[in-house]
Design a protein around this ligand. Sequence first.
Ligand code: DHE
Length: 556
Amino acid sequence: MKTRGTWLASALAMAAMPFAISSAFAADAPSMTDAEKATAKKIYFERCAGCHGVLRKGATGKNLEPHWEKTLKDGSKLEGGTLKLGQNRLEKIIAYGTEGGMVNFDDILTKDEINLMARYIQNVPDVPPEFSMAEMKATWKVMMPVDKRPTKQMNKINLKNIFSVTLRDTGEVALIDGDTKGIVSVVKTGYAVHISRISASGRYVYVIGRDGRLSLIDLWLEQPAVVAEVKVAFDARSVDTSKFKGYEDTYAIAGGYWPPQYSIMDGATLEPLKIVSTRGMTVDGEYHPEPRVASIVASQTKPEWVVNIKETGQIRLVDYSDLKNLKETTFESAKFLHDGGWDSTQRYFLVAANASNKIAVVDTVERKLAALVDTAKIPHPGRGANFVHPTYGPVWTTGHLGADVITLIGTDPEKHKDNAWKVVQEIKHVGAGNLFVKTHPKSKHLWADAPQNPEKALAESVAVYLISDLSKPPVMLNVAKDSGLPETSAIKRAVQPEYNADGNEVWISLWGGKADQSAIVVYDDVTLKLKKVITDPKIITPTGKFNLHNTQHDIY
Ligand code: DHE
């Protein structure tokens, strides 16, 4: 039997153990001044943490700890780490990328910064602090209380066709009128906003920054503006709102990357109500200290959110009908869950387990995993694209970061049972490096970008496929050329096709250097002719664009 003394001794030994391992390797790591460390930490947060994790245990990107060791199923041990790779190799990987999908940073970082980052990742990562309810509450601000807000729409804007556009490098969101193509407002938000989601009523836009700042925009004001904000985490990517009948606009939920937790807020004021940690065991039965919250989606058939936990591969259905006695149903899928979207009936949510090369299918009616579908390398659907295939019936589509195909998965277990949750077709895409695919129920086209492709001509173009004959090569639209912007050394990546509310126009972001003029290029979806280039100087590094109507109703 252990005495109190031996418990204490073993507790102290345990506490000292990770430190002992770390410091042994830290001794071999290149030295850095405090100022260098601070610069590297900032660059790591802005450019690397999303893929590799704050603790550098790896997800979409590889493990970047100075030294790692793992036991394989047959009991043998595997080890590696950045110290083993060494300074020269690390600098080359950062500068030129890898076959495995790491992009090149030699056009973003200077030679000195690349040298700095290679040294930084050979040092032991710092563990950032936690973020409590009290700390969250201290950041909460209501700029306009609910009783001071209008009770009806005070402007004449066709809200249905508003686009909420992320201006990545300025920490802003531009609200653009889809009818006139004019800017309605540019509002200050968190750093490098990731996504916008729309409340069930269509009145509020929720915007989440990578720095965890959640902003609430009221579209009914004469001049739409931020009416409340709160910091939900130090690093975050996802947000949604309660959409079930009776709970419209009642709650918001936001997912943290660090700390790994999700938070539930009042939908109209963003008052923090609850924080739930997502730390726990992976589907392989290993404890993970940093299981980040990836996509979140609101069910319209139950008072529930589907919350996808990246590193553990656990999917949680969170029932928000009683926050004090919160009910979560957790089921296993595959590790590295990321982005996803509904099938056309909005019963099944299809989410990419990207580094596992799988799509998990969540049945929100039966409340269980319907299937785990093997796909080509690194599926990246955004929200995906739904259409009726001439041979296979209803399908949902994903592109791939790591393969030059577009994958079609059958989604109709009732009338096309043999095709359901199977890859029914892989269309040859123009190359790897796709991020987003998109269509609309009224369209005959499927649009796919390739912004992460190393070839300039492909990264600057989008491919448009004809749904009725997917064997035909796509029409290629060179968005950078069509924009009329001057050629620069930086690649102008054509990213994220998004339809207007009527489903007859497609908007593409041209995402160039911060100092270069950016643009949003609008095409007619019927003729594929250029319709408009939005180049207002205020539109700086646009990335995601969220059409209010399509986002509110999950139309894609
Ligand atoms: Fe995204 C969706 C995470 C890089 C633009 N991105 C998502 C979602 C997650 C995610 C978890 C799903 C949110 C949801 O539906 O609730 N993205 C990450 C990363 O971790 C990653 C790989 C690295 C990072 O540091 O953030 C990353 N993402 C990017 C970009 O570089 C993109 C292209 C430009 C940008 O904004 O920085 C980008 N991500 C987007 C967009 C969506 C998105 C536009 C929403 C697509 C949609 O149609 O809903």
